[in-house]
Design a protein around this ligand. Structure first.
Ligand SMILES: Cc1ncc(COP(=O)(O)O)c(C=O)c1O
Length: 358
């Protein structure tokens, strides 16, 4: 077996995404999707784009969308790169800015795609241990040989560091690129976008999958200095000229024209997150201070693995990570108020049965 595989294919250890059970009765709180639909304007734009023009290739450079995203963040179109989901943008960034043989750093507890890319591209990495409260140990990211990448807010811990701390990491890595993955930043107040014009080594990666309710459309983007963006274009155009299809360009453009629905949905999710966190605490859970659309929780008396399994039996999917340091935690996506009420009904049964067993 693997007779014809390249060494790259052989060393690849693919990322395993959260289970996708799409039956209507399943309460799916395991992949941090937005529980609210995108705006009607987005659906209309995609529907209108589904016409006979599909026989034609899309634009290899969606300039209007770059311009629009740039405007949203007070940047120029030359400071914006767009790709097929932020996972693709991240993969291109590893290729564009990290060097095989030079060790990069990322947090020990973080988005599990980073070690996958590092291994695929033969980039050595040093996972940086978390502090006791699972926050980032900032100083250990200083003077990295190959560069730095971390999400802010971090996943799955849900916690964010302050812009001043990001500034320190940038200043202590002046010759290396620091990638800040802001997949969840719209549920927080700590975006580092304002630092882009100050630091030429800062690349920010964002997505339309979470706050903009478009995980199914696959549009992510990077924001940074023109020279970094040019490197990403160089990589993309050496792999695939058309990473964004016509429907994705149309839908994402409509989403950035109409940010009101997005803002409304973010507000609702933050409100739900607040009461859900309080209620979890009342059940005896420790809830990390979340700045995302999910919470990361642990119970001193009930095993997380057991909770995960029992919730699944009751058709509730949450995310359990079978790995050191966080094997006692569960990551729970914030759904609508109604979904979270159903979640608590089923959690209540589970907790009662765990106490009976325990
Ligand atoms: C931290 C982080 N970055 C990036 C992504 C990828 O998002 P997408 O490829 O949907 O844009 C995710 C998805 O869950 C994530 O959690």
């Amino acid at each position: 077996m693997q007779t014809y595989w390249s060494s790259m294919a052989k060393r690849a250890t693919p990322y395993v995404p959260g289970e996708q059970m799409n039956e209507k009765y399943v309460l799916k709180l395991n992949t941090n999707e937005n529980p609210y639909p995108p705006s009607q304007a987005v659906i209309r734009a995609i529907t209108e784009a589904a016409n006979t023009d599909l026989r034609r290739y899309p634009s290899p450079d969606p300039e209007q969308l770059r311009e629009l995203i740039g405007k949203t963040y007070d940047l120029t179109k030359d400071q914006v790169f767009i790709g097929n989901g932020s996972d693709e943008v991240l993969a291109f960034s590893f290729m564009a800015f990290f060097e095989p043989g030079e060790t990069i750093r990322f947090p020990e507890i973080t988005y599990s795609f980073y070690p996958v890319y590092a291994q695929l591209f033969a980039i050595p990495y040093e996972p940086i241990p978390m502090q006791a409260d699972l926050s980032l140990d900032i100083e250990r990211f200083f003077h990295s040989e190959g560069g730095v990448i971390f999400p802010n807010p971090n996943a799955p811990t849900s916690m964010a560091i302050r812009i001043e701390e990001i500034r320190k990491i940038l200043e202590q890595n002046p010759t290396r690129v620091v990638i800040v993955d802001e997949a969840y930043v719209d549920f927080s107040t700590k975006s580092a976008v304002s630092l882009i014009n100050e630091y030429s080594n800062l690349l920010i990666v964002q997505t339309t999958s979470k706050s903009r309710s478009l995980a199914g459309l696959r549009v992510g983007y990077a924001l940074g200095n023109e020279d970094l963006i040019q490197a990403l274009i160089q990589i993309k155009d050496s792999i695939n000229s058309y990473t964004l299809d016509r429907l994705a360009i149309a839908g994402a453009t409509a989403s950035f024209f109409d940010s009101l629905t997005t803002k409304d949905n973010i507000k609702k999710i933050i409100q739900t997150r607040t009461w859900v966190s309080e209620k979890m605490k009342a059940y005896g859970f420790q809830v990390l201070p979340s700045e995302t659309n999910f919470i990361f929780v642990t119970h001193p008396k009930v095993s997380a693995r057991q909770l995960y399994a029992q919730l699944k039996q009751r058709q509730v999917l949450v995310r359990y990570f079978n790995q050191p340091t966080i094997s006692q935690y569960l990551r729970i996506t914030i759904g609508t108020d109604k979904e979270m009420e159903q979640f608590f009904k089923r959690l209540d049964q589970v907790i009662k049965s765990c106490h009976r067993l325990g």
